[in-house]
Design a protein around this ligand. Structure first.
Ligand code: 13P
Ligand code: SF4
Length: 338
């Protein structure tokens, strides 16, 4: 059970840019009534809280039962025997939990849970593209709506995109919506001498597209020995300069295992917050960028959806869409786990 003291001990090294986010003992003490009420409601309602690595530390360390990247959280949602799932992340992630658990109540506490990638492509776009490219296998990033997944063949996440595309039998592949991730996959296949016709859609993550390779050069000059970790939603020019490329959870594991003392993470700020809490002895250099959608999650909204959910807080997807989208996600598990 979390106490004000244990929460403070965990979070005292987190230095979020905004000073109101500093975790003083007083602030941790003030969070305890909300945390306690959420814990009581979780027991009463047989509920679990899943939280993505980017959300606020008080959710991750205060009330979350599972934290992780989009793949790990999808698996946690699949395995859970709770009756209610509260998913602190963005809309497409809580939709994925609902697709995998149609009979359960899935609650989305985020009232601003968009994602620039998920919003960049609609189901109708995929239908039109499929008519244009009938011989192609359509691979969608998990950062898509349930309706888009329903029109695609295989889903991927940042932790398995390279492996899955490499292993799909068809050499004609259409990947959507992340153009930068698609270009990174192309470079990976070229480097391995694997010939595939990979067509790529034109969406981007507004957070990761901001990173430029020059910032890596600057950090390498000013802080020699820094290990550079990059999310595959960044541009190829950034990815090419990385020491490590991977999903958010893969980056967390990498820092835990690395002998380096200094790290530069090119991804959303939440990841560095987690690492400062986990590894107070390590140094994190460079700046980070906030995702306004992930940062719209709050402890109060987690409490609100457990206490008195409004109809819009409950994830509802038509059963026909669920069936078709589930096939696409099941294909991901098939390729990722083999
Ligand atoms: P991960 O699956 O790596 O956690 O990525 C999710 C995401 O939205 C990254 O911007
Ligand atoms: Fe979407 Fe980018 Fe935010 Fe991830 S960081 S949720 S890809 S907008």
């Amino acid at each position: 059970m979390v106490t004000a003291k244990s929460l403070y001990e965990k979070l005292k090294n987190v230095r979020v840019v905004n000073p109101i986010c500093e975790f003083t003992e007083e602030r941790c003490e003030s969070l305890m009534p909300t945390i306690q009420r959420i814990e009581d409601l979780k027991k009463e309602r047989n509920a679990i809280v899943l939280a993505h690595n980017y959300v606020a530390p008080e959710i991750l360390y205060g009330v979350a039962d599972y934290t992780g990247d989009s793949y790990g959280l999808a698996k946690a949602a699949l395995k859970s025997d709770a009756e209610v799932i509260v998913f602190a992340a963005v809309d497409f992630m809580s939709q994925t939990a609902k697709i995998l658990n149609p009979e359960k109540e899935v609650l989305n506490p985020n009232t601003n849970g968009g994602c620039s990638l998920a919003e960049s492509v609609q189901a109708g776009d995929v239908v039109r593209l499929r008519q244009k490219y009938p011989d192609y296998t359509f691979v969608c990033y998990i950062n898509t709506t349930a309706e888009v997944k329903a029109e695609c063949d295989v889903c991927v996440t940042s932790s398995n995109v390279y492996k899955i595309i490499e292993n799909i039998e068809n050499d004609n592949i259409y990947f959507l919506p992340d153009r930068l991730m698609g270009e990174n996959v192309k470079s990976y296949l070229d480097e391995k001498g694997i010939k595939k016709n990979l067509k790529v859609y034109d969406g981007v993550c507004y957070v990761h597209e901001e990173y430029q390779p020059e910032s890596i050069d600057l950090i390498r000059t000013s802080h020699p020995g820094t290990e550079v970790l990059v999310h595959p939603e960044c541009s190829p020019s950034v990815v090419q300069k990385a020491d490590f490329i991977g999903s958010t959870s893969m980056m967390l594991n990498r820092v835990a295992e690395s002998n380096a003392e200094k790290f530069f993470l090119l991804t959303e700020c939440g990841l560095t917050d987690v690492l400062r809490a986990e590894h107070p002895e390590k140094v994190f250099v460079g700046s980070c960028i906030l995702c306004r959608y992930m940062k719209s999650n709050s402890l109060n909204d987690v409490l609100r959806v457990l206490e008195s959910p409004r109809s819009q807080d409950t994830v509802e997807i038509p059963s026909e869409t669920i069936d078709r989208a589930k096939r696409c996600i099941d294909q991901m598990f098939h390729y990722a786990e083999k």
